[in-house]
Design a protein around this ligand. Structure first.
Ligand SMILES: [Zn+2]
Ligand SMILES: [Zn+2]
Length: 194
């Protein structure tokens, strides 16, 4: 059995002891599990989905801005603008304090038995243990996603800025072609950069 990537374990919210007992046999072996709480991980999952959506919108915008034939710049620009507006509405920029580097999540170590699936970690409790089923994610899964998300963070910020520029700028009459070509070139360059 492979170590679980995500699991729910009865956990004491006071001391973080974990106890998911199964029918362990004397010859069962224990394997170290490093876990982070699912809340920290799901924030990364959300950020990864947002990055994917913004980059997909950028690619779609680039297609519209790139393929406009002469004289069709205005409808092409307007179509691209509608895509940019929808993407930004679905994924509004967050407040500065939310995007600030968050604390690294606490890593908890538990012992897992691949034979019977029991999970256990005993901490010294200061009071009476209060057990709740908490969801945990494997640290390696978390780290992998973290690397992926942080690796494209800057590019996503540039994509967002370009989408915002397109969403908020409507060219003056006679300047559709100029604006289409300019933003199209920027979008193309940003996509090629990836
Ligand atoms: Zn066991
Ligand atoms: Zn406790």
């Amino acid at each position: 059995m492979k170590p679980p990537e995500r699991l729910t374990v009865p956990t004491c919210i006071g001391c973080w002891s974990m106890r998911l007992l199964a029918d362990c046999q004397p010859d069962c072996v224990e394997q170290k599990l490093e876990l982070v709480h699912t809340e920290a991980h799901d924030e990364l999952v959300r950020e990864a989905a947002e990055a994917q959506a913004l980059l997909a919108a950028l690619a779609e915008v680039a297609r519209w801005l790139d393929t406009a034939s002469t004289g069709q710049s205005e409808p092409a620009y307007r179509a691209a603008q509608a895509i940019a507006r929808a993407a930004l509405r679905a994924h509004p920029a967050r407040a500065a304090e939310e995007t600030a580097e968050s604390e690294p999540p606490l890593v908890r170590t538990a012992w897992w038995c691949p034979e019977c699936g029991s999970v256990e970690s005993s901490e010294e409790c200061l009071g009476i243990c209060v057990w709740r089923p908490l969801e945990w994610v494997s640290l390696s899964v978390h780290r992998e996603l973290e690397q992926q998300v942080s690796g494209q963070r800057e590019r996503v910020a540039r994509a967002r800025a370009l989408l915002a520029q397109l969403a908020h700028t409507t060219p003056r009459p006679g300047h559709w072609e100029e604006s289409r070509a300019l933003l199209g070139a920027h979008a193309g360059a940003l996509l090629a950069d990836g």
